[in-house]
Design a protein around this ligand. Structure first.
Ligand code: 8LH
Length: 440
């Protein structure tokens, strides 16, 4: 559809969604109490953009006061088909009740999007993410099931499970994998330690990832594609916004994600003024359900940072695209001597270096009255440490090389500390690479 024509269709869906939430939830009438527009009859997308933005804090507060769902639920609790939630690592967990019809629509949306990304009914999809409250794995599973693919719900997270995953990949040879990019790299490393080659012993042709930056980090994506002999698609908005695949790459996109605006409507918003930004700008994605009847989220603040634009993609989609994916969180952005530095940029540089050992950490420190200090702790290949025995300056040279590459790419100098490969813990889920020791 042309963007204008689609805008009309989306407006009609959003108008219905907002009216529905206003009439059927206890939360939205109160939340929209001071609204400058009529939530029961929005006349334009500009009017929609005047509704207040909802944050995770709002959900937490509401759910604390009215447990467990808050007054978001628009259906009787007995009609909730699935209960999912966030893990609560950064505060009180949030709860989402999903009705049966919504679950069906999620399956349908994910099937459509996965088809667009290149999945076909003759594929076998290994879902290598934890089956728990986390809706990532379940969302991938229902979409692949609905599309008619063979599903292999392997899961992840238990001790020894990655070794078993490698054995099963070699045995049943799934053609597609869903997980996090960190997990795919961990799986490859584990397989190699077991004497398996992910390229020749496994049978992957396609991998789709969500949950963290990686699939749109050029060096990480290349590494995964070369390691497994597959192509990679980046996906993912937020658990609360399921169908979370509404942000999705396609077979043709080398980085980034199209925004399937008719399924979840996304605006890009200025982090300070909270006003809508035009195409081409960088800002915070704000998401809205367009077809949720159980627990709709409207204008939900992601806290992520991305840039959007209209691109001429060979897939033919006219949706706006997050051209470099989601490359940071507003609260993860590190400011080193006035320069904004995202961990995903550092990842890109490290992974493009031959000497890189597979993992890294970013140590942040600040002493009273001083600026933030960033130390990049990076693993380097074991060979470098062996080489040191005959050539004591080998490590110094590697350190200088990495320091210079980072300075060139970031535009600011950062301290670099080398560690032997294997020093840092690998993850079966989302990597946590920032160690924040800022005390003040
Ligand atoms: C991403 C990406 C991505 C999510 N690139 N950062 O997996 C999708 C859903 C289920 C999910 O992970 O939800 P959750 O646990 O609420 O986390 C959402 C956050 O994860 C999101 O705000 C981003 O910071 C990050 N994320 N997909 C980069 N493709």
């Amino acid at each position: 559809m042309s963007p204008d024509e689609r805008g009309e269709a989306i407006l009609s869906k959003l108008r219905g969604q907002v009216r529905y939430a206003f009439q059927n939830s206890g939360f939205y009438p109160e939340f929209y109490g001071g609204a400058t527009v009529d939530p029961e009859n929005l006349r334009s997308l500009e009017e929609f953009a005047q509704l207040p933005i909802l944050t995770k804090e709002d959900i937490r507060r509401e759910q604390e006061e009215h447990p467990p769902y808050g007054r978001f639920l628009c259906i009787p609790p007995s009609e909730v088909f699935r209960v999912h939630g966030t893990s609560g690592t950064t505060g009180r967990p949030t709860v989402f009740g999903i009705g049966h019809d919504d679950w069906d629509r999620i399956a349908e949306a994910h099937a459509r999007i996965l088809w667009g990304a290149g999945l076909r009914p003759d594929d076998m999809v290994m879902v290598a993410a934890v089956f728990s409250l986390y809706v990532g794995s379940w969302g991938a599973l229902v979409g692949a099931e609905r599309l008619g693919a063979t599903c292999f719900p392997f899961g992840s997270g238990a001790p020894g499970q990655t070794e078993r995953a490698a054995e099963w990949c070699a045995m049943v040879k799934p053609s597609a994998l869903y997980g996090t990019p960190s997990y795919a790299l961990y799986l490859a490393e584990t397989a190699r330690q077991m004497g398996l080659d992910p390229l020749t012993d496994f049978g992957f042709r396609f991998m789709f990832f969500s949950g963290e930056p990686g699939a749109s980090v050029p060096a990480t994506r290349r590494l995964i594609e070369d390691t497994f002999g597959c192509y990679v698609v980046d996906q993912g908005s937020m658990a609360e916004m399921t169908p979370w695949m509404s942000n999705s790459g396609c077979r043709h996109l080398s980085t980034g994600m199209h925004l399937w605006q008719d399924i979840v409507y996304t605006e890009l918003v200025d982090p300070e003024s909270r006003r809508n930004l035009p195409l081409g700008a960088e800002g915070v994605p704000v998401y809205s359900h367009t077809e949720r009847t159980s627990q709709p989220m409207i204008r939900y603040w992601s806290g992520d940072i991305a840039q959007w634009d209209l691109i001429d993609c060979p897939c033919g989609r006219t949706y706006p695209t997050l051209t470099r994916g989601i490359y940071g969180r507003a609260d993860d952005m590190i400011i080193v001597r006035g320069q904004n530095v995202f961990p995903s940029r550092i990842e890109d540089i490290l992974r493009s270096m031959d000497v890189f050992g597979g993992e890294f950490r970013l140590l942040l420190e600040r002493e009273r009255g001083q600026l933030d200090r960033l130390t990049v702790q990076t693993e380097v290949l074991a060979d470098t440490y062996v080489q040191r025995e005959s050539d004591p300056a080998a490590l110094d040279r590697v350190q200088e090389e990495i320091t210079a590459a980072l300075r060139r790419a970031l535009g600011v100098g950062v301290a670099v500390e080398l560690k032997p490969a294997g020093e840092f813990e690998r993850t079966q889920f989302k990597a946590r690479r920032i160690i924040d020791h800022r005390t003040v």
